[in-house]
Design a protein around this ligand. Structure first.
Ligand SMILES: [Mn+2]
Length: 356
């Protein structure tokens, strides 16, 4: 098991690479989508946003190129770290895959191009979240120990999504008035199936693994749109839709633990035994959707050491990252939160692995 850190786009700096290295990480998971562009959040916490979304999506005509990915990888490697995964696609590049819109074929080609570029550069994993509303409808507050600012949920926001927005980001600010029509759950599964059918063969050829994040927050409807993986059993449905070693999971322990069905330890065991866990978002949480709070890693409902023991027993070889943490009050709240979680995880990993 390897320890890693997830970095948002604006955090892709030499200083943060050294921070990760100093905290004991060997691997990075990077976000190339700028969730904070023209948004309300300041980039010092995970994006939360409002009904207006996180911010503006990227440039629809600028799919991530071989050169920029190669340069990013070189910078990370020169800091003594491995670039393990790119997490999330930009809504600007694939909105009509999610919405089944007129540009669907073009947008599937965008995803294929990104996967081929990643394969050529040698970035092994693409994390994605197949969701119309995306990560939306959560609240921020002093929910963690010592009133540390964290994220949670109290009620399910069913405000319809305005046209021009998907995955909680605005891809077309000039879209006509109106809202995105509610899809039927079967339609959404069909869209996922179309996506996997088109993209998995390319991933197989490129040597890139697709890793699916479950719904965050895990509720069956959000912003009047159906969701895919809001209970643990639906993760298996996603895998069964397109059996391939390149169709796998970005395994979010926090989101899975927030689900009302299933047992988190059984879910960890099932998918790590299958070899379907590519990388792990490891955070803690108190409560179940739609009433839960993200907590410090050592204070929620999840026995984190038990999760790590199961992963170890099933010979999980991938990367573990802290996902989100509450903000620790000081001059660098995000970094302090991550350093705290990384130290906690590293202690357990050393104990389990005898890994110096
Ligand atoms: Mn997650």
């Amino acid at each position: 098991m390897k320890l890693g850190l997830g970095l948002y786009r604006h955090m892709l700096t030499a200083e943060n690479y050294r921070f990760a290295k100093q905290c004991g990480c060997t691997h990075l998971v990077v976000h190339l989508v700028d969730y904070f562009f023209q948004g309300e959040d300041d980039g010092q916490n995970q994006p939360v946003g409002s009904n207006a979304g996180w911010g503006r999506a990227g440039d629809p005509h600028k799919v991530w190129t071989y050169n920029e990915l190669a340069e990013l990888k070189a910078q990370i490697n020169s800091a003594g770290l491995e670039l393990f995964a790119i997490e999330n696609l930009d809504p600007a590049h694939w909105y009509d895959v999610l919405l089944d819109g007129p540009k669907k074929q073009e947008h599937l080609e965008n995803v294929k191009t990104i996967i081929r570029n990643m394969g050529r550069v040698g970035i092994p994993v693409l994390g994605y979240n197949f969701s119309i509303p995306g990560v939306a409808g959560r609240i921020k507050g002093p929910f963690a120990r010592g009133d540390a600012i964290s994220v949670g949920m109290d009620e399910v926001d069913q405000t319809p999504i305005p046209k021009g927005m998907v995955w909680n980001m605005v891809y077309d600010p000039d879209a006509p008035a109106g809202t995105v029509p509610t899809a039927a759950p079967e339609q959404l599964w069909q869209r996922l199936s179309d996506f996997l059918e088109a993209v998995v063969p390319v991933a197989e050829e490129a040597g890139v693994t697709l890793a699916a994040h479950p719904d965050d927050p895990p509720v069956p409807m959000l912003r009047s749109q159906p969701r895919l993986v809001y209970q643990p059993r639906l993760y298996q449905k996603l895998l069964d839709l397109k059996p391939s070693s390149r169709n796998a999971l970005e395994f979010c322990v926090g989101s899975l633990a927030e689900m009302t069905e299933g047992d988190i330890y059984q879910v960890v065991d099932q998918h790590s035994r299958q070899g379907k866990v590519v990388y792990v978002h490891l955070r803690n949480v108190r409560g179940k959707a739609p009433h839960y709070r993200e907590t410090f890693i050592d204070e929620g409902d999840v026995d984190v050491f038990r999760v790590l023991e199961i992963l170890k027993r099933n010979q999980f070889q991938g990367v573990i990252i802290p996902d989100h943490t509450p903000l620790v009050e000081c001059t660098a709240p995000w970094h302090a939160g991550m350093a705290y979680a990384l130290g906690y995880l590293r202690a357990f990993l050393q104990k389990l692995d005898g890994d110096g």
